[in-house]
Design a protein around this ligand. Sequence first.
Ligand code: GUN
Length: 293
Amino acid sequence: MTILDGKKVSDDIKNEIAAEVQKMKDNGEKVPHLAAVIVGDDGASLTYVGSKVKACERVGFQSTMVRLPNTTSQFELLDKIEELNTNDDIDGFIIQLPLPPQIDTQKVLMAVDPSKDVDGFHPENFGKMALDMSTFIPATPFGILELLERYNVDTKGKHTVVIGRSHIVGRPMSILMSRKGWPGNSTVTLTHSNTKNIAQITTQADIVISALGVPNFLKAEMVRDDAVVIDVGITRVPDETNPKGYAIVGDVDFENVSKKASFITPVPGGVGPMTIAMLLKNTLLAREQRKGN
Ligand code: GUN
């Protein structure tokens, strides 16, 4: 069994990006600038955005965190997006999700200039992704592809079962794994909350990608021997033994599933750090595309 070490691979990617940024600095060029908008004070979202900003500092990017109150109206948020769209200094930006209920998420995501949409959530970019065109790929699926690639995991002709159809992970992942090329060329089954007999499907999988958000959902008896198991779950569960008062728990019963798997991602230290590294990669790409514009 091989651990797909997202911590190590993301460190490698950040070092590669830092070297690119150093070259830009040496040439007297502008370095990439990422902005992150967060609405409200959800603890988990604040932690994620904080990690994204910290990662920018580490690789030498400029970063801006825009914090808006929980009571922000859709109009106010659209106004802020327009400001970021037209600010020439910003190469890419993200709107951290989820948004408060008074805000229409799809309207907001459609307001982001596709050339600055480093999350790849705008329908133009999502459509390009589905049509095999070059574009920003959402960071978590992009990170999973990168892990599979760097560990040389064979995906061609394999049966990949994706659990969860979210717009951020499950849906794009199912599209990407069926694309021509590598990683891809898989036969994909996308399962979700209405799927019947899910264990019957997951036991047929060569590759299982779980993005459900239910701690320890995937048990050993639900996977076949030598399966590749990717755990996207990052649920916070109360834990008094942890100084933070909570522990991050994945969708996969790691202790038992790891005994059967050929490759498996741990939580934490698997997909999570990869998401941040790929957001940086998309931002670097956005900067390169804007050069001379
Ligand atoms: N919320 C959970 N994951 C993500 C992500 O990848 N991007 C944004 N913007 N919000 C998220």
